[in-house]
Design a protein around this ligand. Structure first.
Ligand code: ADP
Ligand code: MG
Length: 381
């Protein structure tokens, strides 16, 4: 972090001179609560100790000048809709400016240099970190922080929708903006209410194992999952499966397809698992947290059917080694597992899981240790 900061400051000084302000925002994990957002349920994310950091200074011009250290590219653009830059990384920043303006906020020209250590495309939401960093910064620099934090998250989400072609939910930006060291956040995707829960495991680490596979699937599996959920909700006479119980589902079991039944079963059980994990965290009971993570994996694999061979393999290896909790993180069909690992098992787990996976699939998974940390912020000198 210190070396990232020093490098940003050095390059900012060379390109734009002295006196910018430093901001950062974080990537995120989701401990539990998968495929629940579009069913009006709960998600349970937290910000991590991997960030995008930017030094920014108003330049008195009508344009933005920005340099990406990691991509080693410079972009320059105006602040009107027709000024959209071509580089995809710059479109995130342009989108943030535009979405603030569309909401009546102020954005003036500025210079910026930024870098990060959130792995790209690994499921840790580097894009939300980038959006939140600039949204937070421009709120501070040009709007006296009067745009509320939830709106900052929505500005990031709208940026993905309108400028980056990604039709995402609100969780990633929410987590990046609201993240707080030592806390996870339960976000109610129906009411948008949220609550912080302590996550400070002294005896455990969170480890992500990135399979580096992404199965391309035909016939839109995600849409089909959604349709199943909507069909069952309709049959039960509720808005979303948030309002359904297993008793209600079992009562219509003979009227719906087996596939729809198991999809809905997963969603209903997953809602309860998030609540159970919250209780467990309040009691400092990380063994129960881990147990719930395995149950989620099982449900995602067998009932919701969004796992794949590689992810089930990673889960099996974790279980065999006695890892406390392990599950798919994210939509499925590839990407990461998130693992809750006892400190004294940590090094062995990494060694064994890397070796075994490599032996079986011919490439090593990537390992990321993560610590639950602060989200969007100004970095005081
Ligand atoms: P993720 O799952 O990590 O959010 P995305 O594809 O949504 O993956 O976002 C990745 C994109 O965000 C990159 O292609 C790039 O445009 C931008 N980005 C993320 N991190 C950086 C960075 N450190 N420097 C420049 N651009 C970045
Ligand atoms: Mg993203």
């Amino acid at each position: 972090m210190e070396s990232m900061k020093a490098e940003i400051q050095k390059i900012f000084k060379e390109r734009f001179g002295e006196g910018g302000t430093l901001y950062a925002s974080a990537g995120r994990i989701n401990l539990i609560g998968e495929h629940t957002d579009y069913n009006g349920g709960f998600v349970f994310p937290g910000a991590i100790d991997k960030v995008i950091m930017a030094e920014i200074k108003p330049n008195g011009m009508e344009k933005v000048r920005v340099f990406s250290i990691d991509i080693d590219e410079y972009a320059e653009f105006g602040l009107k809709e027709e000024d959209a830059p071509k580089q995809s990384w710059a479109r995130y920043i342009f989108g943030i400016c535009r979405e603030i303006q569309k909401r009546g906020g102020e954005v003036k020209g500025f210079d910026a240099v930024f870098a990060g250590n959130v792995p790209l495309g690994a499921g840790l939401s580097s894009s939300a970190a980038l959006e939140s960093c600039f949204a937070f910064a421009l709120n501070d620099l040009f709007n006296s922080n009067k745009i509320d934090k939830f709106e900052l998250a929505k500005i990031g989400q709208s940026t993905e929708h309108n400028y980056c072609g990604v039709n995402c939910g609100i969780m990633d930006q929410f987590a990046s903006v609201f993240g707080r060291k030592g806390n996870l956040m339960r976000l109610d995707c129906r009411s948008m209410e949220y609550e912080y829960f302590p996550f400070n495991p002294q005896d455990y680490k969170l480890v992500l194992v990135d399979s580096r596979v992404k199965h391309e699937l035909k016939d839109s599996p995600y849409n089909r999952r959604r349709e199943s959920c909507e069909r069952v909700a309709k049959r039960l006479g509720v808005d979303t499966l948030r309002d359904a119980t297993m008793e209600m589902l079992d009562a219509v079991k003979s009227d719906i397809t087996a596939e729809d039944y198991f999809r809905a079963k997963f969603v209903i059980e997953e809602k309860q698992r998030v609540l159970d994990v919250c209780d467990a965290l309040n009691a400092g009971d990380y063994e129960t947290v881990g147990k719930k993570m395995y149950e989620t994996h099982h449900g995602l694999s067998k009932d919701y059917e969004v796992s794949c061979e590689e992810l089930d393999f990673l889960n099996d290896v974790a279980k065999t080694l006695g890892v406390t909790g392990s599950r798919i993180m994210g939509g499925g069909f590839g990407g990461c597992t998130i693992n809750l690992v006892k400190n004294d098992l940590h090094d062995d787990f990494i060694k064994v899981v890397v070796d075994k996976f490599n032996e079986k699939y011919g490439h090593e998974p990537k390992i990321y240790d993560v610590v639950i940390s602060d989200g969007a912020r100004k970095i005081e000198e």
